[in-house]
Design a protein around this ligand. Structure first.
Ligand SMILES: [Zn+2]
Ligand SMILES: [Zn+2]
Length: 213
């Protein structure tokens, strides 16, 4: 099995987790034995989030998507943003806030769960009033955490450990863009995303009645 950062392997990860006896859990309660929390921080692309969300729904699993209200890359208040939110919900997923410190303003769009974007150590694990911080004690433990940040697993791809049921529980953080767009490195993957983005932007310009002749 190749541990590519590609949707095919993401599906294999989900299958491995199922084979390992894990239960797909949400952040409502602190994880217990056998729980797998699928966490997606959506930093760059709502399109990528929806593609991953469709794959998960097809595999019969639910995840939690953390969306930003202060992203440089997408606008949650746009028609596209509103459609992405309802799309994720209708596929059976949860939606939390991917917040930029110190603003953790939750409104009716979000479940009361927050993941800080690029957090500093001073506040990373601190509890938040009225919401679960995904990195607070009880929800986060370094031994039960894996992240694909910058297209690199610091402790290796977790598929074998999942299949073997080796984690007591796991919070698995994956960024949809990394799995949806092709590339052997983060740099290549980002360039693939930008190529796709160019086509999407051209379609949006036409939609906005811009003369592209
Ligand atoms: Zn793997
Ligand atoms: Zn982030």
């Amino acid at each position: 099995m190749s541990c590519a950062f590609a949707l095919d392997h993401y599906r294999e990860l989900l299958e491995a987790a199922r084979a390992g006896g894990y239960r797909f859990a949400t952040f409502d309660a602190a994880p217990g034995p056998g729980d797998l929390l699928l966490r997606h921080d959506v930093d760059l692309s709502l399109d990528a989030a929806l593609r991953m969300a469709e794959l998960e729904a097809d595999a019969g699993v639910a995840a939690t998507y953390f969306l930003m209200t202060q992203s440089v890359f997408y606008n949650l208040a746009s028609t596209e943003g509103v459609a992405a939110l309802s799309g994720l919900r209708s596929l059976g997923h949860r939606v939390g806030l991917h917040a930029v410190y110190p603003d953790a303003l939750l409104d009716e769009r979000f479940d009361p769960v927050v993941a800080w974007h690029n957090p500093d150590p001073e506040y990373m694990t601190a509890p938040i009033d009225g919401a679960v911080n995904v990195m607070q004690p009880g929800w986060f433990d370094p031994a039960s955490y894996r992240s694909d940040s910058n297209q690199r697993w610091r402790s290796g791809c977790p598929h074998e450990e999942l299949r073997a049921g080796a984690f007591p529980w796991l919070q698995l953080l994956t960024h949809p863009e990394i799995w949806v767009y092709e590339g052997a490195t983060m740099g290549e993957t980002m360039r693939s995303m930008l190529d796709a983005e160019r086509e999407r932007r051209l379609a949006q310009l036409a939609e906005d009645r811009i003369d592209l002749a």
